[in-house]
Design a binder for this molecule. Sequence first.
Ligand SMILES: Nc1ncnc2c1ncn2[C@@H]1O[C@H](COP(=O)(O)OP(=O)(O)OP(=O)(O)O)[C@@H](O)[C@H]1O
Ligand SMILES: [Mg+2]
Length: 159
Amino acid sequence: MLEVDGVMTTYGGIVAVRNVSLRVPRGRIVALIGGNGAGKTTVLNTICGVCTPREGHIRLNGESLTGVPTHRIARHGVLLVPEGRQILGPLSVRENLELGRLARGRRTGAFATDIAGVFKMFPRLEERAAQIAGSLSAVGSGPAPCPVASARCWPWGAR
Ligand SMILES: Nc1ncnc2c1ncn2[C@@H]1O[C@H](COP(=O)(O)OP(=O)(O)OP(=O)(O)O)[C@@H](O)[C@H]1O
Ligand SMILES: [Mg+2]
């Protein structure tokens, strides 16, 4: 269970969101809906540690993630598929995925075995595994999340 409890996040002196609380039980999908500027990105960035809340708490299975750096939060499997591409353009698709695996803290086992599961879910990425990610003009253009960015958040052998 991911819990967001009474969170307030500011940018400088500007309050972006206040008193935000939500629960994401294990195995459930929760959508955060709101108008432009309502604070969706800020809440997600706060959960992932990109922003630090001025008030409130973030917990995962009872353990506090408040103030924990993003790279450590990622190891708990709390990962953000960012808006836009935000992939490492000069690297290949495979290398982008491998970095996602490392960021998740997965260092044991064969990458080839792990990535087979990713390619089952994202078959077009297998065709393009060796391609330089920044040249994927036909994939992930426009506002939809880039499939490489989505696949990078694969659980990589986590429970
Ligand atoms: N870097 C920033 N500096 C100052 N204010 C910001 C910054 N980023 C967002 N804000 C403000 O914080 C509030 C919440 O913005 P946020 O981007 O989280 O909303 P959003 O729901 O994701 O919007 P959108 O639907 O446009 O993506 C808005 O008032 C916005 O102007
Ligand atoms: Mg946003």
